[in-house]
Design a protein around this ligand. Structure first.
Ligand SMILES: NC(=O)C1=CN([C@@H]2O[C@H](COP(=O)(O)OP(=O)(O)OC[C@H]3O[C@@H](n4cnc5c(N)ncnc54)[C@H](OP(=O)(O)O)[C@@H]3O)[C@@H](O)[C@H]2O)C=CC1
Ligand SMILES: O=C(O)[C@@H]1CCC=N1
Length: 265
């Protein structure tokens, strides 16, 4: 079994860590460096993994997952560069940080894979976009895809598309939660109690996502089938169009992609 090191295990790092453990990785073969002391204790207690200094974590690790915030990447790489094994694969989940940035900070020839996860990985329904750096083999990319695939779906994309992947699926769960917040608020305004509104909105989201996925039909066609002429859905969609909801959502996705590109420096 591979030894896996995590550099940072906050919201997203812990999600991937938990998924890998659920898939059968032994906690004895996982080492975590986590700056936040309270989190570090929690990780140790919840998952039974070794929590240690970054240098110690990466020494001898087969896979090094870098899960700190984008602005913390240079510092953590400077700390560990000399200790990364020549045969290790470094997996970055940091939004906007290019594999070239990692390659420049690590010994020449280090295999780097960039991956963009999302939080539904917590329940095994994650979406990961994975890209190869310049020194990794197809087999190394596939090994990372297999590792992450234990927590959801994986697409392998050219790195030039990672800003777009980040904008759609990386940040995407937040857009969906934003929509659900408004569905609940609207339901309450229309007379429901919050708990019932939440149940209705949640199951609707789950049902719609499952239908979209299993049918393979276009979302516009699925929407058309809900929208009776002159009916309630038409009233809602007209209001969305009049108030610029569609334009706002599309512009938001583009803004996220732009921000990801900005984070690349
Ligand atoms: N949250 C999400 O939905 C997604 C996040 N990502 C990416 O994942 C990465 C992590 O995001 P997220 O989990 O939300 O962030 P968090 O802040 O929750 O987690 C990062 C953790 O790393 C710790 N840390 C910082 N520097 C070091 C260091 N040198 N050594 C060890 N630990 C360190 C932080 O401690 P402290 O807070 O004390 O600095 C923090 O606990 C980001 O790069 C983000 O772009 C990608 C896709 C989705
Ligand atoms: O908001 C962010 O920057 C991170 C990356 C994608 C989701 N969360």
């Amino acid at each position: 079994m591979s030894t896996i090191a995590f550099l940072g295990a906050g919201v997203m790092g812990e999600t991937i860590l938990a998924a890998i453990l659920r898939a059968g990785q032994s906690p004895a073969d996982v080492r975590v460096a986590e700056k936040n002391a309270e989190r570090a204790d929690d990780l140790r207690q919840t998952h039974g993994v070794t929590v240690t200094e970054a240098l110690d974590a990466v020494t001898g690790a087969d896979v090094v997952v870098v899960a700190v915030k984008p602005q913390d990447v240079p510092a953590v790489l400077a700390d560990v560069a000399g200790a990364v094994s020549p045969s290790a694969t470094v997996v970055s989940i940091a939004a906007g940080v290019r594999t070239a940035t990692f390659e420049a900070a690590l010994p020449a020839g280090t295999a780097v894979v960039r991956a963009m996860p999302n939080t539904p990985a917590l329940v095994g329904e994650g979406m990961f976009g994975v890209s190869a750096g310049s020194s990794c083999t197809d087999a190394q990319v596939q090994a990372v895809a297999d590792l992450l695939g234990t927590a959801g779906r994986v697409v392998v994309v050219d790195e030039s598309l990672q800003d777009a992947v980040t904008a759609v699926s990386g940040s995407g769960p937040a857009y969906v939660f934003y929509l659900v917040e408004q569905m609940i608020a609207g339901g309450v305004e229309a007379g429901l109690d919050p708990a019932t509104a939440r149940t209705l909105a949640t199951q609707t989201l789950l049902g719609a996502a499952t239908l979209l996925d299993r049918s393979g039909d276009e979302p516009a066609e699925l929407r058309r089938r809900v929208t009776s002429p002159g009916g309630t859905t038409a009233a809602a969609i007209s209001t969305f169009d009049e108030t610029g909801v569609a334009d706002g959502l599309r512009a938001g996705v583009v803004a996220a992609a732009r921000r990801s590109a900005e984070l690349s420096g």
